[in-house]
Design a protein around this ligand. Structure first.
Ligand code: NAG
Ligand code: NAG
Ligand code: NAG
Length: 465
């Protein structure tokens, strides 16, 4: 199959500039593109559309004088990767039969943001395009995006009130998935939050079912009320209905249902899920199994992650065969905890992910570069730093977020110096080259080559960019 595949890719490259040739029918099968789409791609290669320059910003200070990287025309191999699912092979992940390593950042605001006015609002297309450009410039392979999957309980949510679904909330989600696809970046999407923030989480479902509580974030009373999310059939059923609605949603830009989209590498049962209180154990394994089986039944080509905050041997957590990836978060970096978790997860032949870590490294803990070196040396583990922000809609100011862990690409020497650690790690782990000079990331972004856009895509939607 591999040899046949390589031959097909070669033939695709050859026919690029000779479109009179008949396209092998297997190409559609392998790339997932129709013959018309393939021809469109090949035509555009011949007329190279890489020369568009960035539009003017409305912001006086925006720097549009440099030559910016932008989504470039994909090679045939890039195109195939974009249309292939990430798979798990024991402790490793693969893409088109080669090792795939998750490396990148968390971008929690892609579906709905709290750091702008009005708070919350959907992020602008310009911001979404810029931030994927940043991940691409940093040689990331993947992004973990909370609000692409966690969206309940306010008027802008996917599910504003119990059983009521809001198609308008999908505009930003669909667009972020499209842009990830254009950049060839894969997505990991959590389905619920352990806490009570603006985008909703398990407390929203608990409240909908008439169980009283008070508080925001992780500061909830009564403190054990979060257990109802797992132990009440009606609440579990409501969450499962939300998952079914979300995974079967068809992206308005790509025409691909979320459950069938190779851009999405997997679904995480939730973010930092704890049994009852914070840090007291994994989400109940029977619940994780039930959610995992639902996800796998809807999306058999996607991976499933246990969203428990950490690895807890002896609880039944690691016995869940439906789980492909177990993960932990690190505030601060902790090599002892990392090594222990890795050994436990590898012992059950599953993949390991450091789903969040403090890249700043100023709150004690181990040196971040040393921590990342341990991940690099493993057979297949991945990592996402917490978390990436970019500019505002006008490309004038940075969007500020106050948790102390916001990463701004090349904002100042502080970010450049520490960013180098992340970029070096990403290139080492993914086998890419570190460029001698790091590219600027356009804000506003350069126009996309038309051929990258899905058939039927309304180009005026990108006129904002
Ligand atoms: C724009 O960016 C380039 C490349 O980073 C830099 O050399 C130049 O000084 C910048 N211009 C302004 C006005 O910031
Ligand atoms: C669910 O958890 C809550 C909070 O700990 C507890 O009070 C309740 O009895 C539990 N319900 C069941 C059915 O176990
Ligand atoms: C690292 O984790 C271990 C538990 O695995 C803990 O005992 C230790 O205190 C942690 N170190 C830091 C610096 O947090």
């Amino acid at each position: 199959m591999r040899a046949q595949f390589t031959r097909l890719l070669l033939s695709l490259t050859v026919v690029c500039f000779a479109k009179a040739l008949v396209l092998p029918s297997e190409l559609s099968e392998i790339t997932g593109l129709s013959e018309a789409q393939l021809r469109r791609f090949l035509d555009s290669r011949a007329t190279s559309a890489t020369t568009s320059s960035p539009p003017q910003s409305t912001c006086a200070e925006a720097n549009t004088t440099v030559v910016f990287p932008k989504p470039t025309l994909p090679t045939a191999y890039d195109l195939a990767k974009r249309n292939a699912f990430v798979k798990r092979d024991g402790t490793k992940l693969t893409l088109l039969g080669k090792d795939f390593r998750i490396v990148g950042g968390n971008i929690y605001w892609l579906g709905l943001d709290e750091n702008v006015i009005p708070d919350p609002s959907y992020p602008s297309k310009r911001r979404v395009v810029e931030v994927f450009g940043i991940v691409s410039a940093m040689r990331g392979t993947a992004v973990r995006g909370h609000t692409l999957g966690i969206s309940v309980g306010n008027p802008l949510s996917v599910e504003p009130s119990l059983g009521v679904f809001n198609d308008a909330a999908y505009e930003s989600i669909d667009f972020a998935i499209l842009v990830a696809r254009l950049y060839g970046i894969k997505l990991l999407i959590p389905l619920v939050d352990n806490y009570n923030w603006y985008h909703g989480g398990r407390y929203q479902f608990i409240g909908w079912h008439g169980i009283p509580f008070e508080g925001t974030g992780s500061n909830i009373t009564p403190p054990d009320v979060g257990a109802y999310f797992y132990n009440t059939t009606a609440i579990v059923d409501s969450f499962k209905r939300y998952i079914t609605q979300h995974l079967t949603h068809v992206n308005r830009y790509t025409g691909i249902a979320l459950k069938d989209d190779p851009t999405i590498l997997g679904w995480e049962s939730g973010n930092e899920l704890a049994a009852v209180l914070f840090g007291d154990g994994p989400a109940p394994p029977a619940w994780t199994k039930e959610i995992g089986e639902l996800v796998k039944s809807l999306a058999p080509n996607h991976l499933f992650l246990d969203g428990s905050y950490g690895i807890y041997p002896g609880t039944g957590q690691l016995e869940n065969t439906v789980v492909d990836i177990f993960s932990d978060h690190f505030y601060p970096a902790n090599i002892t905890k990392l090594n222990a978790g890795l050994a436990q997860v590898n012992a059950v032949n599953r993949n390991y992910l450091a789903g969040e870590f403090d890249w700043v490294g100023q709150s004690g803990g181990d040196d971040v570069a040393d921590f990342l070196d341990v991940i690099k040396e493993t057979k297949g583990a991945g990592d996402f730093f917490w978390s990436i922000f970019g500019h505002d809609d006008q490309c004038c100011q940075y969007v500020e977020h106050d948790d102390g862990f916001s990463f701004y690409y090349q904002r100042s020497s502080f970010y450049t110096t520490r960013g180098d650690v992340l970029i070096n790690h990403a290139t080492q782990i993914s086998g890419a080259q570190v460029p001698e000079i790091l590219p600027e990331v356009a804000c506003p972004a350069a126009q996309f080559p038309k051929s990258l856009l899905p058939p039927g895509f309304d180009p005026t939607l990108l006129s904002l960019i």
